[in-house]
Design a protein around this ligand. Structure first.
Ligand code: SF4
Length: 340
């Protein structure tokens, strides 16, 4: 079995709730539960694909990890330190070590700053290099993301979408982090450049031994990119597994629904898909999350218990956990006895 390596990041029951404006929701104490009890860990050089539909809370979770948002509850540990309890000096070190690449490079880059000024800022904030050395470092960063030094004096308006995202990736790498949160890094780009940015991210992962939390709505992409996959639905993780196990035997009805709706080109790909799983309706509003299992209004396998009791996350087999009443103790015993 592969050595999992050093644990980089541990989330324990992390929650992020946003209070509702009272004029919309008159009862006191109303919240949008964007992230509602998320637990997982990421090891060094892992690429954890965090997959979900729009409104699932996956980007909010990413922003909470990099401290754009403070968690409402729960514990986030990075390299063994509880980041909720670290002092200002340690927080600066944490931010140096964990960076984020945003979905839309067009809005994440300041239009009034040249590429050089954009890349200089994190170096200045974290007191990395200075003078000529800093300029050399900026050239090096551009080279790492496949852009020539001549781009230093360009403004974002003179760059294509792919070039902007390369600059955004260079900015994230400026502080030599060990962990990147990638928030849908290709979804705002032309299809023709998405593959090039994915290839760049994978090359950087290997070259600098990086760990990624790769947030995406594209489950099929994760088959070739991620080392593990987690599915998020209305603020909760409903299934998580190493990639091979995940695609070999998806367990949660929502995962099966997502997989069965992936478009395929060849007959061979069609045979790899799980049987067609039908579902009804759209993702419910996070303002009004259904009782019990929040997927029950859309689930073709709903049972009486599902609308009443929220299922616990259960590790069905090593590293493969699922949140669904179908996987009761009896079911797990049966699966284990099959030796799969
Ligand atoms: Fe479907 Fe019930 Fe499982 Fe929820 S707990 S996914 S409603 S079978």
């Amino acid at each position: 079995m592969k050595d999992l390596g050093e644990v980089m990041l541990v989330l324990e029951d992390v929650r992020k709730y946003f209070p509702l404006p009272r004029r919309i929701f008159k009862r006191k104490g109303g919240y949008i539960k964007a992230v509602d009890g998320v637990t997982f860990s990421v090891h060094r050089e892992d690429i954890l694909g965090l997959v979900g539909e729009s409104g699932s809370g996956k980007s909010t979770l990413g922003y909470t990890l990099v401290r754009i948002y403070r968690p409402t509850a729960g514990k986030i540990s990075f390299l063994g330190k509880d980041i909720g309890k670290i002092d200002r000096g340690e927080l600066k070190g944490f931010k140096k070590n964990m960076q984020i690449v945003f979905q839309d490079p067009g809005s994440s880059l300041n239009p009034r700053r040249t590429v050089e000024q954009t890349l200089e800022l994190p170096l200045r904030v974290h007191n990395i290099d200075g003078g000529k050395e800093r300029r050399r470092r900026i050239r090096e960063l551009l080279s790492v993301v496949g852009l020539p030094g001549v781009y230093m004096q360009k403004y974002p308006s003179a760059l294509s979408g792919g070039q902007k995202q390369r600059v955004a990736i260079a900015r994230a790498l400026a502080t030599e982090p060990s962990f990147l949160v990638l928030d849908e890094p290709t979804s705002a780009l032309d299809v023709s450049v998405q593959g090039k940015i994915i290839s760049l991210l994978l090359a950087l992962h290997d070259e600098f031994s990086l760990s990624y939390l790769f947030i995406t709505h594209d489950l099929s992409l994760m088959r070739n990119v991620a080392t593990s996959v987690a599915i998020m639905y209305l603020g909760k993780i409903c299934e998580i597994a190493p990639t091979a196990k995940f695609f070999a035997e998806p367990l949660h009805p929502y995962t099966q629904m997502l997989l069965s709706s992936i478009p395929v080109v060849t007959d061979e790909e069609e045979t790899l898909k799980p049987p067609k799983v039908t579902s009804t309706g759209e993702v419910p509003s996070p303002v009004n999350i259904p009782s019990g299992c929040s997927f029950h209004p859309r689930c073709a396998k709903e049972m009486d218990v599902c609308s009443k009791v929220d299922p616990e996350m259960v590790e069905v087999r090593e590293g493969h956990a699922v949140r669904c009443h179908l996987y009761s103790e009896a079911e797990i015993t049966a699966l284990s006895s099959q030796g799969t």
